[in-house]
Structure formats: structure tokens, C-alpha cells
Ligand binder design. Structure first.
Ligand code: SAM
Length: 324
């Protein structure tokens, strides 16, 4: 069905900015405002807590937040559920000496999520190469009061991994430019007429994939890095499973012994996993996460997690919930 119809079936996702208040406080606030905990599709005033992401609330798709004081003051952030997966999977450390990098940060939703998961502690470098988008990022970080973030207007590929503080980064989030083909209101290109441009599209996807691979390989050069999360809002295997497969075979990965984190550390309760297509080792599919815009009430999305050597991975505690 066309993008607009899909959008009506996606709840209004609202992430609680835990740098400013707790999810319990947010639930109490919205209850006092007349909302009731119930199936968010049942009435305009119904809302619920997400079963996979601890600090995410689901409201009716018609609920409006642009005039909500909590939205205006950064206490809540409008962020699609799937877009909350990468920071959750990265599970950044939250100690005073922690160093984390968000390599492609603007507009900053995932940066502010990382900052919240770090409890505002340690140092989070947020790189963004585009000047205009960098301004948006700065405004977003200020609104969300992310005090442990240093935003840098730079091309990640030009950052020297051996530079003093960057060399200490243990966790890197990589959410680079992609085709955006999973974004619900951009899905119309999948309907008939667009097929006329197949060849052009293939060329474009291949170019994006080459860039995405380069970004992962660069991230692997940071000497202290233990964990790299690579994500896209694309539905194409060319930008997802194939890029991951090439990255695993790269010299950088072989040298540092990077492998995919096992399913138990990558949103284990989430049902939709990677496609076997595009992978040399089909068993890797279970380590990967996908979101389907048709079936999961989210935008189309992809998440992968590389870990170095025999690192024991740490993950965010997930709520114990029923399987979907
Ligand atoms: N993670 C962001 C969020 O959740 O708000 C969205 C990131 S968006 C998909 C990709 C961003 O990466 C764009 O703002 C783009 O300008 C930036 N970018 C692309 N290549 C880059 C590079 N080599 N270095 C730094 N930023 C880059």
C-alpha cells in the first residue's frame, strides 16, 4: 500500500529524554494530561510503553506533539522505533572515562539517545560533515541538554583514528547516508512506474554501498574500538547484508578479528532478522536486525553490530516481553 496509508498504521513514537526525567515521570505526566494506557490505536488519547525499547512511548498516529511543552523543551523526542535500535544495540558505557563516537550524527536523534544511555557521563564525539546539518545537530543537542557531547563539523573519513582522545573510543555508531528507501513516505518509488529506472538505481545503490563500506573500514581502524554498530534506513540488501559481508572480509576486519555480535546481544527479542541473500555465511542473518515497513509498524531499517576479537559484549537490559 502507498506510503501515506502505511504512515497511518505507524504509532506516533515518542522517546523520553532520560537526561531530563524518567519514563515513569513521563507516563504520569501524560496520564494527568488525560491520556490513558491502552492500545494506541484504540482512541486519540491512548498510549502505551514500547515492549522492546525501554524509554519509548507509543501514541495514536493522530496525536500531535509540536505544541507539547515537553517536546518544545526537549523532554521528549519524536523518533521512530526502528531508529532507536542502533543506540540500544551499541549500549554505550556510562562511566566518567568512557569515549564514544557517533560518526555521522545530524540531525542528532541517535546522538541524543546515546548521550541519554551514557547517563550524560564520559565523552561522546558527534561528527557531521555537512555545515547546514551540523547547525541542526548543535541545536538539537542543546535542546536535549546533551552535556557530554562534543559536536565536530568534520568528515569522519578525515579523522585520524590515532589522534589522542579519538584513539580511546571504544564504541562507534555509524549511521551513514543511505538511499532512505525504508522511510515510509518515500516508499512510492517501489510501485510499478519506478522500475523503469532499475539500472540507474542499481548504480546509485552500488555507489552508496562503496561509501558505506569505506566508513565501516575506517571505523575499524580506531585502536581501542570494541564495538561498531552500522545501520541504515534502507530496505536494500546492497546497502545492508552485502556491505556487512564485504566489511567482514576486509583487511581491516581480518587484521583486528572483527566478527558479528551474536543474536543474544543484538535485540534478541526482535523477531525480524537479516536476509540470507547477500551473505556469504547465511548463519550470520540471525545476528542482523531488519524492520519491515509493511509488517512492523516502523520505517524500514537495518542494524548490524561488529565486535572485536573475543570481546564479551554488554547490552542494554531489555524488558522481558512476549515474542511478537
Ligand atoms: N544518525 C542521525 C540521526 O539519527 O539523527 C542520522 C544520520 S543521516 C542518515 C547521515 C548523516 O551523515 C548526514 O547528516 C550526512 O551529512 C552525514 N555524513 C555523511 N557522510 C559523512 C562523513 N563522511 N562524515 C561525517 N558525516 C557524514
Amino acid at each position: 500500500c502507498p506510503g501515506d496509508e502505511r504512515a497511518v498504521r505507524i504509532p506516533r513514537y515518542v522517546r523520553v529524554n532520560t537526561l531530563l526525567w524518567t519514563t515513569e515521570e513521563a507516563i504520569r505526566y501524560y496520564t494527568e494530561k488525560g491520556f490513558q494506557i491502552s492500545d494506541p490505536f484504540s482512541t486519540n488519547k491512548a498510549f502505551a510503553r514500547d515492549e522492546h525499547i525501554l524509554d519509548l512511548l507509543l501514541f495514536n498516529p493522530r496525536a500531535q506533539f509540536h505544541n507539547d511543552i515537553c517536546y518544545k523543551t526537549g523532554k521528549v523526542i519524536l523518533q521512530d522505533k526502528a531508529s532507536c535500535f542502533p543506540a540500544t544495540v551499541l549500549a554505550p558505557p556510562s562511566e566518567e572515562h568512557s569515549v564514544v563516537i557517533d560518526a555521522t550524527a545530524a540531525p542528532g536523534n541517535k546522538t541524543s539517545h546515546l548521550s541519554a544511555l551514557m547517563g550524560g557521563k564520559g565523552k561522546l564525539y558527534a561528527f557531521e560533515r555537512d555545515k547546514r546539518r551540523f547547525s541542526t545537530l548543535k541545536a538539537m543537542l542543546s535542546k536535549a541538554t546533551c552535556k557530554n557531547v562534543e559536536a565536530v563539523n568534520v568528515d569522519f573519513l578525515s579523522v585520524d583514528p590515532l589522534t589522542h582522545n579519538y584513539a580511546k573510543a571504544t564504541h562507534i555508531l555509524l549511521d551513514p547516508s543511505c538511499s532512505g528507501s525504508g522511510i515510509v513516505n518515500r516508499l512510492d518509488h517501489l510501485l510499478g512506474a519506478a522500475n523503469e529506472e532499475n539500472e540507474e538505481q542499481e548504480e546509485r545503490l552500488n555507489k552508496l554501498a562503496a561509501f558505506q563500506l569505506m566508513m565501516i573500514k575506517h571505523a575499524m581502524k580506531f585502536p581501542s574500538v570494541q564495538k561498531i554498530v552500522y545501520s541504515t534506513c534502507s530496505i536494500h540488501a546492497t546497502e545492508n547484508e552485502r556491505v556487512v559481508c564485504e566489511a567482514l572480509k576486509s583487511e581491516e576486519a581480518q587484521k583486528e578479528n572483527f566478527r558479528l555480535a551474536p543474536r543474544k546481544d543484538v535485540l534478541p527479542q526482535w523477531h525480524r532478522r537479516g536476509l540470507r541473500e547477500g551473505l556469504d555465511s547465511p548463519e550470520h542473518a540471525s545476528s542482523l536486525v531488519r524492520c519491515s515497513p509493511d509488517n512492523d509498524a516502523t520505517n524500514g531499517f537495518f542494524v548490524s553490530c561488529f565486535v572485536k576479537g573475543s570481546q564479551v559484549t554488554h547490552s542494554v537490559d531489555y524488558p522481558r516481553t512476549r515474542k511478537r
